[in-house]
Design a protein around this ligand. Structure first.
Ligand code: HEM
Length: 481
């Protein structure tokens, strides 16, 4: 197999890890610097280009004399994922958002479960489990169904909506209910909006050429927002204390009251969990509705499976018994994984994919291109939900929710929300992309439609039709138009 893969998410095939038996390709010194700029401009394009030109394992090191010996390894494929994700004690994580100044509110609230490791991580993960275990997800389906209808009740057939914005609203509402409960939903939504704003500022600050706490910078705005958010969370914690409740924040507060975690931990978990859950789910929903609308045969078959408007609300058992619905959701997450890559670092000298690795090397585990291995996924750039009816890839070959002991805690909740929302949208509406729209995907923390997805909503008349579109998504998915 030759290592040729054009930018972003090409429709060519990635080389297999077996093409690189001697260890990673190494890019050193000044030759590595353009790759840093490329990564800053467009991470996914950079990962795709490195894979295309140098193979599935590429090490960047010794950037400039005096800059220390930083090493960055880009890794694609099942073996790299298995070796790292199955051994979290050897390969640590560092969290998802900017570090922030020492002692700042930002640094305190970013230290939720994503930034924890080892025994502390295991204990906190166990403490946070109850609201996302299966019995609770089953119990939350009725509330989810109501929120889904409330969002799509606002759509008028024949009009245009930005599907990405709509799906952000929906996943915000569902996340507010999961994280902060329904007793005072208005205040849950207000906290959710503050967290969303915080997350957007974090993306802006990390992409800015001046990611420092200086007047007028995005970083300054981010750190001020962190202070406001921390204050809001403290106030909410005081109101909620002692009231019980099955939402995630209440469960964390109870653990803090029992001395099993600190109040600061409870706040940090709630903030980062809200951010992680709503942002990922919004992207997954928007991309799946988009892909479905561009594949009329699949959309029509799905409409047959989910039934008419009266088949609602659905129970979790009912949505789980719909094979095409599950396949559509899995295929959307394969082609457009909201978390396109994750980062790990070995805590000591280790052997990785057969070669020695220094402690502290940052390994970029590339989920996006791992999902496009043609040996695992035939015709990998096509949206083909039917592949899921007959094949079952291994846990480290298909990793939208990661894998191993740090598998996404909310995967069952997220899958259920995705299936419920897609089913309801298809029951009630036919959706079509506005012809000629430019649909561009970019990684800004998650893989999101950079400028939204303009779509028209129609009554469900099954008249689905794919339309020509512009934008880089054409290089990521093979369409028939
Ligand atoms: C489609 C939606 C979602 C996707 C694609 C997704 C994906 C992921 C991925 C890839 C990771 C691993 C990140 C890493 O290790 O660096 C992760 C971790 C996590 N996710 Fe999700 N997630 C989704 C929704 C949710 C929801 C709704 C929750 C709700 C609570 C959630 C909670 C978590 C938690 C707590 C972790 C950290 C687990 C740990 O480190 O032990 N996720 N998710």
């Amino acid at each position: 197999m030759t290592a040729t893969l054009p930018a972003v998410g090409s429709t060519a095939s990635p080389p297999s890890p077996a093409d690189n038996p001697a260890g990673p390709a190494i890019i050193r010194g000044a030759a590595a610097l353009p790759w840093v700029l490329r990564y800053r401009r467009d991470p996914l394009e950079c990962l795709g280009a490195a894979l295309a030109s140098h193979g599935p394992l590429v090490m960047f090191e010794k950037f400039l004399p005096g800059l220390g010996d930083r090493k960055y390894l880009l890794a694609v494929g099942e073996q790299a994922h298995r070796e790292t994700l199955s051994q979290p004690d050897l390969f640590r994580t560092g969290g998802q958002v900017m570090l922030g100044p020492k002692g700042s509110a930002h640094q305190r609230i970013r230290k939720g479960i994503f930034a924890m490791n080892w025994q502390t991580h295991r204990e906190h993960r166990r403490l946070l489990q109850p609201p996302v275990q299966k019995s609770e997800v089953i119990a939350s389906v009725g509330g989810m169904a109501r929120l889904i209808d409330e969002v799509i009740d606002r759509w008028t057939p024949g009009t245009e909506v930005d599907m990405y914005r709509e799906m952000r609203t929906l996943s915000n509402w569902v996340a507010a209910s999961l994280l902060f409960g329904n007793d005072d939903f208005e205040s849950s939504l207000a906290i959710g909006a503050a967290i969303e704003h915080w997350l957007l500022l974090d993306v802006e600050a990390r992409q800015s050429p001046l990611p420092f706490d200086l007047p007028g910078t995005a970083a300054r705005r981010l750190f001020r927002q962190s202070e406001r958010l921390e204050t809001m969370m403290r106030q909410l914690l005081a109101v909620r204390r002692g009231k019980g409740g099955r939402d995630l924040f209440s469960v964390a507060i109870e653990a803090a009251d029992k001395g099993l975690m600190t109040e600061q931990d409870a706040i940090a978990h709630a903030v980062i969990l809200y951010a992680a859950s709503f942002e990922t789910t919004a992207n997954a929903l928007a991309w799946t509705v988009f892909l479905l609308s561009q594949h009329p045969d699949v959309a029509r078959d799905l409409s047959d499976e989910v039934g008419g408007v009266d088949c609602w609300p659905l129970s979790m058992a009912e949505v789980d018994a719909m094979p095409l619905l599950g396949a559509v959701v899995r295929e959307g997450l394969r082609l457009m994984p909201p978390v396109a890559y994750t980062v790990r670092s070995p805590t000591q000298a280790v052997e990785f994919c057969g070669f020695p690795l220094h402690p502290g090397t940052k390994i970029f585990l590339n989920h996006y291109h791992t999902h496009r291995d043609p040996d695992v996924f035939h015709d990998p750039h096509r949206f083909r939900p039917d592949r899921w009816l007959t094949s079952n890839p291994g846990p480290y070959q298909y990793v939208p929710f990661s894998a191993g002991p740090r598998l996404c805690m909310g995967y069952l909740f997220a899958l259920t929300e995705l299936k419920m929302a897609i089913a309801r949208i298809v029951q009630r509406f036919r959706t079509s992309v506005v012809p000629g729209s430019s649909i561009d995907a970019s990684v800004q923390l998650t893989l999101r439609p950079r400028d939204g997805i303009p779509m028209t909503v129609h009554p469900q008349d099954r008249g689905y039709a794919a339309v020509p579109i512009r934008g880089n998504v054409n290089g990521m998915v093979t369409f028939d138009t």
